[in-house]
Design a protein around this ligand. Structure first.
Ligand SMILES: [Zn+2]
Length: 137
């Protein structure tokens, strides 16, 4: 039994972000690549509640401008990232809500592959929906 996998990356990985910002949803290229990045297949949870899963995927993909809880585009790449699990072209930008930082394609992993983000992030989505009166999950 190996140590529990961590989806949140150490601050030094990929590019630097502000100290309080957590990076999630960045993966190594192949399952057996020698890398400190996590593998999305280690976070698949097919039993995860489908309504919650859709709500989280929606949150990850909601890019907005100029609101106090905005999700904004904070990084661009020249090419598309390929989904590590199915190979489809999967985004070329990074998003942030000010507290978390994730690649555009992360919502695809959540929606289509049941990759489950860290509990604290899911709680953040639940709190956000509550604050917007979008309904309880
Ligand atoms: Zn995929």
């Amino acid at each position: 039994m190996s140590a529990p996998k961590q989806m949140i990356l150490p601050k030094t990985k990929i590019h630097q972000v502000a100290n309080h910002v957590h990076k999630i949803g960045f993966w190594r290229k192949t399952e057996d690549e020698d890398s400190d990045l996590p593998w999305p297949g280690d976070f698949i949870d097919e039993d995860w509640d489908s309504i919650m899963r859709r709500a989280v995927a929606h949150y990850l993909g909601r890019v907005t401008v100029s609101s106090q809880d905005a999700v904004t585009v904070v990084g661009h790449y020249r090419g598309f990232s390929l989904c590590r699990l199915c190979g489809k072209a999967n985004g070329s930008q990074d998003y942030s809500d000010g507290q978390y930082y994730w690649p555009q394609g992360f919502s695809h992993y959540v929606k289509d592959h049941a990759v489950r983000p860290p509990r604290k992030f899911v709680q953040r989505v639940i709190n956000w929906r509550r604050s917007r009166n979008l309904g309880e999950l």
